[in-house]
Design a protein around this ligand. Structure first.
Ligand code: CP3
Length: 352
């Protein structure tokens, strides 16, 4: 009698790549936005010794923080520890965290001279520390997990740069975008140039995919506006990058038709928890990948509620495949560690 051996479990990298190839992985690949962060005691310990920017800008430290969640949890991808705001910083406009909550920029962009002063060439040089952090992390992963690079969408970065801080409706930014078309275009053009170079250096360092965060796409409520002010610029970036490295587009609270998001050339859409992924699949057939979209609030509550939501989501995605499990937005500092374990276990154990 031949002995039937079950195949060895796939590596995280294999699971992750299988989603992009449309193959059936042995379990749905999973990683989490804000995978490292304040919910982890080992992160808080490092943060007590180093500033956020020291962690981000020192490749050994950025690698150590990137690996922290992987040492604790069976995740399929590592996202490099950094922030979307390193790009304005590299162009000459630094960011800081406010005492209370939220982001401040040391000054707001107000006029043509401010935008002209943003230094594209210096930014490309400065951001080389991210390449070094990615290379170190890539080596440390030994091909076991996928490595993700990321950056902000030009629209979302511009929102912080012109507003000068995080703000619910970004009123200064909205007025600027509408009333100063030439300055808006100049800023977007400069951001695109830096982001294209930045993503290319991430690719050179060995990333398996890149996630573009358009967190503030939700400020644009009409599809034509979303295309004109945000998606068109994302398309410009994606078209300038080699086609082999898939781009995941994260859009939060987006009112837009998923077909419009896909017109950017993104291979995967990462959507927040305000939308049903199943409804997206039904309205928009295609071989794109969907990522998401567990409500991050469930990470703070009863794990039974979380597991129920995970099973429901996995069941709804099963007929379609091409799904990467993630949260609809980032992990909050209040997230419970045992809920992360429960989320991963429920995903691994799930059989349709
Ligand atoms: O996901 C990961 O683990 C990779 C690291 C990562 C961070 N920020 C680290 C971080 C990623 C992918 C981001 C993306 C990011 N940063 C976005 C887009 C995604 C989203 O959440 O919408 C945005 C808008 C930012 C800007 C930013 N940085 C905000 C709004 C904040 C929170 C500020 C606050 O007061 O809560 C940050 C800070 C930040 N970035 C932290 C981490 C771990 C926490 C800060 C700390 O450790 O002190």
């Amino acid at each position: 009698m031949p002995v039937l051996l079950s195949p060895p479990p796939q590596t995280g990298l294999e699971r992750f790549l299988s989603a992009f190839k449309g193959e059936q992985p042995d379990s749905t690949p999973i990683w989490l936005m804000r995978q490292a962060g304040r919910y982890l005691p080992e992160y808080r310990e490092l943060r007590a010794r180093y500033g956020f920017k020291d962690l981000v800008r020192t490749p050994e430290l950025a690698t150590a923080v990137t690996l922290q969640p992987l040492q604790r949890f069976d995740l399929d991808a590592a996202i490099i520890f950094s922030d979307i705001l390193v790009v304005p910083e590299a162009m000459g406009q630094p960011y800081y965290f406010k005492e209370t909550e939220g982001i401040g920029m040391t000054y707001a962009l107000q006029n043509k001279a401010d935008i002209e002063a943003l230094n594209v060439e210096a930014a490309k040089e400065d951001l080389l520390y991210v390449k070094n952090a990615l290379k170190l992390t890539h080596q440390a992963l030994h091909g076991r997990q996928a490595l993700l690079g990321f950056g902000g969408a030009p629209w979302t970065l511009g929102a912080y740069m012109v507003e000068g801080e995080s703000s619910p409706g970004f009123p200064k930014w909205m007025t600027f975008a509408q009333q100063e078309p030439a300055l808006f275009e100049l800023l977007m053009t400069k951001l695109c140039e830096v982001l294209i170079a930045y993503f290319k250096l991430q690719i050179e360092a060995g990333v398996n995919a890149i996630q573009i965060f358009d967190t503030w796409g939700s400020l644009l409520t009409h599809p034509q506006d979303y295309w004109h002010y945000s998606l068109k610029w994302i398309q410009t970036i994606i078209q300038a990058l080699p086609a082999e490295v898939p781009i995941i587009l994260f859009s939060k609270g987006s009112y837009a038709d998923p077909k419009l998001l896909l017109q950017t050339g993104a291979r995967a859409l990462s959507l927040d928890h305000s939308i049903s992924l199943q409804a997206v699949r039904e309205s928009t057939p295609g071989d794109y990948i969907l990522q998401g979209n567990i409500d991050p609030a469930l990470m703070c509550g009863d794990s039974a509620d979380l597991v129920k939501a995970v099973k429901h989501l996995l069941a709804s995605m099963q007929p379609y495949g091409r799904h990467i499990l993630n949260l609809g937005h980032g992990m909050t500092p209040q997230s419970k560690i045992e809920n992360v374990t429960a989320l991963i276990q429920a995903t691994r154990e799930w059989k349709g």
